[in-house]
Design a protein around this ligand. Structure first.
Ligand code: SF4
Length: 395
């Protein structure tokens, strides 16, 4: 009996040793890839596959099996993997939780993503809301007064909001109290000239999640567009002078682990070193995907941990729908919130929702029977207590 126990312990030690060897190899391959990407100037055309990128593709294919394995890591190896991610985060991104204040400025969207309740097909049945530039500035003031250093302005893909947000940005950046407030945007796909206006008015960053790099799946989930077009918008936002971030939905119907591994490699090709994200697929009501299984909780956290190992300085958010009631893959015996578990897997960011309640209740992203999980200050404090990390908020 005793021998068996020790044998098992020995096995675990061996597993950890194996994991460390795999990670060391992955880091060195990733560093090599970064050099090759840089030399080929791949960040300006990250979907490029041609003669000159053949050597790069060979390397990329070699790391795929390790990425797939890490996406499925469990038990003591997972604990060790997360521990290493926390160490990397603390050393590179800071030993604290970055806090953003989210202002949801319009729930009107011309896009028609299959997984989203705010899709164009649902417009008729919803109460349509748009904030004015003064309302946006007002919320930015509230965020600033609460010590938040960065606001995240997000919206359905609503071209009418571009001049409104530009105006709000100008007002924020010309207000001597607010001008230090950083502004990151998530407004969807727009003309290059719009991105230039937003950047000129003071937006620092722009998030466009590519969602999935799988061309066929992308078209199925986002029938109004294509992965190629989506990536072009990311590039245009960067050309306009903003830093960009991309991200993925984990667990879309028919998505494979190989596809997720390619998503990670794509983020590297793109050079999304400042901001990278993933969130579990949540099958919302009022969408064609209602009733399909949600994304896997641990796989999402494993992906966060992989991101932290490969994008050490990036802002990696712990997203609110890790605590969405519709996410039934969240382990029932988890003693902390899903968002805290993600911070413990290597994430470093949370977003507090500072949208006025009457507007917020009509912003139905991730909604399932009106059970969208909203992060407020008390939830942020809970995450801080559960993870033992301070919130990066100005006193
Ligand atoms: Fe519109 Fe964004 Fe929803 Fe797609 S995910 S339908 S772009 S709000």
């Amino acid at each position: 009996m005793e021998t068996k126990k020790f044998e098992k312990f020995g096995d675990k030690e061996k597993d950890i040793e194996q994991l460390e060897l795999k990670l060391t190899k992955l880091y060195s391959d990733w560093e090599q890839l970064k050099i090759l990407w840089e030399r080929a100037g791949i960040a300006s055309d990250p979907l490029r596959l041609d003669e000159t990128t053949k050597n790069i593709e060979k390397f990329e294919k070699e790391i795929m099996p390790v990425l797939v394995e890490l996406l499925n890591i469990a038990g003591v190896e997972r604990e060790r993997f997360y521990e290493s991610a926390r160490k990397i985060r603390d050393e590179n991104a800071g030993k604290q939780i970055q806090v953003r204040g989210a202002i949801e400025v319009s729930n009107i969207c011309r896009a028609n993503c299959l997984y989203c309740p705010m899709r164009r097909d649902n417009l008729k049945g919803s109460k349509q809301m748009r904030m004015s530039s003064d309302q946006i500035v007002e919320q930015a003031k509230l965020a600033h007064e609460a010590g938040i250093k960065e606001v995240f302005i997000q919206s359905g893909e609503d071209p009418q909001m571009i001049p409104v947000v530009v105006d709000a940005l100008r007002k924020i950046k010309s207000d001597h109290e607010l001008q230090e407030l950083k502004v990151v945007l998530n407004l969807g796909d727009h003309k290059g000239s719009d991105y230039h206006l937003l950047a000129k008015a003071g937006a620092e960053g722009y998030l466009i999640k590519h969602e999935t790099i799988d061309e066929v799946l992308h078209k199925k989930m986002r029938p109004h567009t294509s992965i190629k077009e989506r990536v072009n918008f990311l590039l245009r936002a960067r050309e306009a002078g903003m830093y960009i971030g991309t991200g993925v939905i984990v667990g879309l119907p028919r998505q494979t682990d190989e596809s997720l591994a390619k998503d990670i490699i794509f983020a590297g090709r793109l050079g999304s070193w400042k901001m990278v994200s993933c969130s579990p697929f949540t099958p919302s009501d009022e969408t064609p995907l209602k009733g399909t299984p949600p994304g896997d909780f641990w796989k999402t956290l494993n992906m966060i941990s992989i991101y932290r190992h490969l994008f050490p300085k990036a802002r990696i958010p712990s997203v609110s729908n890790l605590d969405n009631e519709g996410l039934f893959t969240r382990p029932a015996d988890l003693t902390i919130t899903g968002q805290s578990a993600a911070i413990n897997a290597g994430a470093d960011g949370i977003t507090i929702n500072i949208t006025p309640p009457e507007i917020r209740k009509n912003y139905k992203i991730y909604d399932t029977e009106n059970k969208r999980h909203i992060v407020d200050f008390s939830k942020a404090e809970r995450i801080s207590e559960e993870t033992g990390l301070p919130l990066d908020i100005q006193e």
